[in-house]
Structures are given as C-alpha cells and as structure tokens.
Ligand binder design. Structure first.
Ligand SMILES: N[C@@H](CCC(=O)N[C@@H](CS)C(=O)NCC(=O)O)C(=O)O
Length: 221
C-alpha cells in the first residue's frame, strides 16, 4: 500500500531509540507495519543500510518519504496524528516538552553507556559512575518538576501522554533493569510513580512481549 507507514526498528530488547517512535505511534493509534533488523550481527550494518541513510534505526518509510532519527520521526507522527495530540496544546508547555525531549536526545551519555536498555534483564549490583549518577539525578529532577507543574492534565510528564514520555520511556526500563532506587537521587516518590505509569502502558507491555519473543537472553552491552 503506497500510503502505508513502515517503521524499521532494531531488537526490542535493546533498541531504545526504536522504542521511542514505536511507542508514540502506538499511543497515538497511528497504524504502521514493523520491519525488523537484527542488531549486533555481522550483517547488521548491511541490513540497516538497506533502509537508513544514517546507518541507524529507527527509520520511518512512507511511499517515497524516508524519515530517520527517533525525534524527527516522533515529530512527523505528531504532525500526522489525527485523534491524539502528541505535544501539549499550550505553547509554553510545548516548548518545555520539546526542551526535555531534546535533552534526552542529546545528553545523558554516561547513563546510556553504563545502563544500556536490556528490557527483560535484571542487574542489581551495578554501581553507576559519578557521571551516570549525575544523569540519574537530573532525570529525576526533570520528571519531578514536570509532573508537579503539569499534574492536572494526567499522569504523564505534561499531563496527557506526549513525545516527551516516548523519549524517556527507555529510561524507565533501565531504572527497573538496574534496580535504581530513585529516592537516593532526590526523588520524593513522584519520579518512581511516573516510571511505574510508563511501564504500565499497554503498549509497553506489548513491546516487552515482542522483546521476549526475540528469545535473546539478558546481557547488557
Ligand atoms: N540519534 C539516533 C540514534 C539511533 C541509534 O543509535 N540507533 C542504534 C540502535 S538503538 C543503531 O542503529 N545502531 C547501529 C548498529 O548497531 O549497527 C536516533 O535518535 O534515532
């Protein structure tokens, strides 16, 4: 079908960048077909090159259109979403939501490296470096402050689910995987409750089932 949206994603166990637009599309109810590439294989680069000009997944394809990079794909989904708004209505809230989405996209390198996404794995004896601890504390502050400011509209960072939540969803899985006690990083319970809310989304459950079906044993890189 010419108008069909195809989302090319990596392994659901590991590909945190793939989870973000996948989740945004699911929550928005935007129909799409998944195509999978296997990461960490000898031919992964060749598989990805068939789809992606940036040599990375995720990639969205629709007819002649190719959109790459998780945040650009989320922006496209927000523009075509017919029934669910993926950014806050209020321009000021939208600007802050874009700030926190941009921040996770461009920052938190220590957290991403040390606590990589491994959906079903559980590692309880990981001691984050000082840099990773600073990342965790910053994320706790972002979650706490946005939840407190936009609490009235719903349980997500800006009330209703938005691209900002899609961008941070892999972090909620990482905190679970590595047994991170958010209270030790300045959380008053708000950030932990938010992480629980994200992990309880039916779409997150579906992603987890997909990860389980891949049959890859835990073993974070
Ligand atoms: N900035 C990109 C990063 C995408 C990225 O790094 N994707 C990883 C998988 S999660 C990838 O494709 N790696 C290539 C490989 O493993 O060969 C985005 O936001 O989409």
């Amino acid at each position: 079908m010419h108008n069909e949206i195809v989302l090319v994603i990596g392994n659901k166990a590991w590909s945190s960048w793939s989870l973000r637009p996948w989740l945004a599309a699911k929550v928005a109810g935007i129909p799409f077909r998944e195509e999978h590439v296997q990461l960490r294989q000898p031919d992964s680069a060749a598989q990805i090159a068939r789809h992606s000009p940036s040599a990375r997944v995720p990639v969205l394809k629709r007819g002649a259109l190719t959109v790459w990079d998780s945040l650009a794909i989320c922006e496209y989904l927000a523009e075509i979403s017919a029934h669910v708004k993926l950014w806050p209505d209020d321009p000021a809230a939208r600007a802050v939501a874009r700030s926190v989405a941009a921040e996770i996209h461009s920052s938190f390198h220590a957290l991403r490296k040390e606590l990589s996404m491994d959906f079903h794995a559980r590692f309880n004896r990981v001691e984050p470096s000082d840099a990773a601890k600073a990342d965790i504390a910053r994320i706790v502050a972002v979650w706490r402050d946005t939840r407190k400011a936009y609490d009235a509209g719903g349980p997500f960072l800006f009330g209703a689910f938005s691209v900002a939540d899609a961008m941070y969803a892999p972090v909620a899985t990482r905190f679970r995987t590595y047994g991170i006690d958010l209270a030790a990083f300045g959380d008053d319970g708000t950030a932990a409750a938010y992480a629980h809310e994200v992990l309880s989304l039916p779409a997150m459950h579906d992603w987890g089932q997909g990860a389980a079906r891949e049959g890859i044993a835990g073993g974070a890189a």
